[in-house]
Ligand binder design. Structure first.
Ligand code: GLC
Length: 527
């Protein structure tokens, strides 16, 4: 039998490092904290871990603003801690993927500091994207070079102060503390090739490429003029030049043994565009956010699953699925229905897991979903740290609500996240005592027990499942499909539907005889 590379059907667990486990007692998670909790991840039954950035950073965007790509931020530990973590992760039979942030650096990165100190037209400025402004309405006034918006609100340009009332503008597709690199400069390419090798040499199994479609911008820097900023092959994202970079990165990954991989964060409106990144000499995977974006509806799920499978089919790559991440509202909360049946969101989250885990390809889980954590919606304004909150003047709450530290044990904050008496970087809800890993581990009816059971069963079945999915007839409110010996049935409606044929293996809620209740899923052994 041909061996399938590990990432093709892996369950990958996203660790938001700052919020996972705090060993050194500074209120923020760290690498030693992760080491101390690897048992939880092994018992959960995932195959790999993806760590969000832990590099030196002022944390203007939670670490996606990197000041040194070859070092660990002292808040998160040291390079020795990292090496020890890699060894422990591997000893637990898990793989490790790290985030790489090539589109922009921190404004504290030495290169950007040098660029600020150097004049327009200098080689130092040529590592970033500096442009003159446009004349404003009044004499002496200046407008940004074009109308591009920052993804976090406000314009994508900030003017630098040259001390004489002048100064160029620099591009930042995200916060002003995240200047975009100029990828047309070979120095930038070489730097990142070297950074990849630095972490590959330390034993990582793969990379999650942040803003993978963003690196090249249209050189004319024309206005968007009302177009969506993410439009495929528009001026900002998915320029054709980006693919040459990933071809080179692929060659580097292939030089190393052991199935090293890369998954790109590619937001695009075009499946054909997505497929370009998956050509056999480019990335192994791209995130497919379709499930995360779909509402609770069998028709919506069927449509996005079909579209996602169709998008990757011509490439031969395996699809990827995700319900939650550090950038989105936790799916448990997304599935709430104001005024609906109490607990419906929990029932739906349990059912959604069986869908996620029975689709072909790999599944990306986000820390805390195994505990059934909801989005924290009532964080005080002064606690919020996401630049989206500040840049939209509070109009958008931002992503802090899904980044609240994990509750591990105990009855009160910090719930074992930090040593007792330490205040975590974001406040934790008082009523999380029943959500801790400790409280759930010994309770067979807990979300944690359910996740463990489902992951264990997926692992047992995995070797027998074909990569193809076959739809079966179902009532409109439900979806049924088969992958060889496994049949998955999901009822998104409120009323029970008759189950497809098969012997039940696992259900997200008790069945009524041969009826599948609303907001429930079942795995069955295909007859
Ligand atoms: C990606 C990350 C997000 C970050 C942004 C800018 O979308 O997932 O957290 O803010 O890139 O780096």
């Amino acid at each position: 039998m041909t061996r399938i590379p590990w990432w093709r059907d892996a369950v990958v667990y996203e660790i938001y490092v700052r919020s996972f486990a705090d060993a050194d007692g500074n209120g923020e998670g760290d690498l030693q904290g992760i080491r101390s909790r690897l048992g939880h991840l092994r018992d959960l039954g995932v195959d790999a871990l993806w760590l969000t950035p832990f590099y030196r950073s002022p944390l203007a965007d939670g670490g996606y603003d990197v000041a040194d790509y070859r070092d660990v931020d002292p808040r998160f530990g040291t390079l020795d801690d990292f090496d020890a973590l890699v060894a422990d992760v591997h000893a637990h039979g898990l793989r490790l993927i790290v985030d790489i942030v090539p589109n922009h650096s921190s404004d504290r990165h030495p290169w950007f500091q040098e660029a600020l100190a150097a004049p327009p037209g200098s080689p130092e400025r040529a590592r970033y994207i500096f442009r003159p402004g446009r004349p404003g309405e009044r004499p002496g006034e200046e407008q940004p070079p074009n109308d591009w918006p920052s993804a976090f609100g406000g314009p994508a340009w900030t003017r630098v102060d040259d001390g004489a009332g002048g100064g160029e503008w620099y591009l930042h597709l995200y916060a002003r503390e995240q200047p975009d690199f100029n990828w047309r400069n070979p120095e930038v390419r070489h730097e990142f090739e070297d950074v990849l090798r630095f972490w590959l040499d330390r034993g990582v199994d793969g990379f999650r490429i942040d803003v993978a479609a963003g690196l090249f911008k249209d050189e004319s820097f024309g206005d968007l003029a009302g177009r969506d900023r993410r439009v495929a092959n528009g001026p900002i994202y998915s320029r054709p030049e980006v693919h040459e970079v990933y071809r080179k990165w692929r060659r580097i990954l292939d030089e190393y043994g052991g199935d090293r991989m890369a998954i790109g964060e590619v937001w695009t409106d075009g499946p054909e565009d997505l497929a370009l990144y998956l050509r056999p000499d480019e990335l192994h995977q791209v995130f497919q956010f379709d499930l995360q974006l779909a509402s609770w509806s069998a028709t919506a799920f069927r449509d996005v699953i079909d579209a996602a499978l169709k998008a990757v089919a011509p490439t031969g790559a395996a699809p990827t699925w995700v319900l939650s991440s550090h950038d989105s509202i936790r799916h448990l909360t997304r599935y709430e229905r104001p005024g609906g049946i109490p607990g419906i969101e929990r029932a739906r989250a349990k059912a959604a897991l069986l869908l996620l885990l029975s689709l072909p390809g790999s599944a990306y889980l986000y820390q805390g979903e195994e505990l059934g954590l909801p989005e924290v919606t009532d964080l005080p304004d002064e606690a919020r740290q996401d630049p989206i909150f500040e840049r939209t003047c509070g109009e958008l709450a931002g992503r802090d609500g899904c980044r609240v530290p994990l509750p591990w044990s105990g009855r009160a904050e910090p719930f074992g996240f930090s040593p007792a008496g330490v205040r975590p970087w974001l406040p934790m809800p008082r009523d999380w005592a029943s959500m801790t890993v400790e409280a759930q581990a010994s309770d067979p009816s807990s979300m944690l027990a359910y996740y463990r059971g489902a992951l264990a069963m997926r692992r047992r079945l995995a070797g027998d499942l074909p990569e193809e999915l076959e739809w079966l007839d179902s009532p409109d409110t439900a979806l049924f499909f088969r992958r060889g010996p496994l049949t998955c049935a999901l009822n998104c409606g409120e009323n029970p539907v008759r189950l497809p044929p098969g012997t039940p293996l696992l259900t997200s809620a008790p069945l009524y005889g041969d009826l599948l209740p609303g907001n429930t899923a079942a795995w069955l052994r295909t007859p």
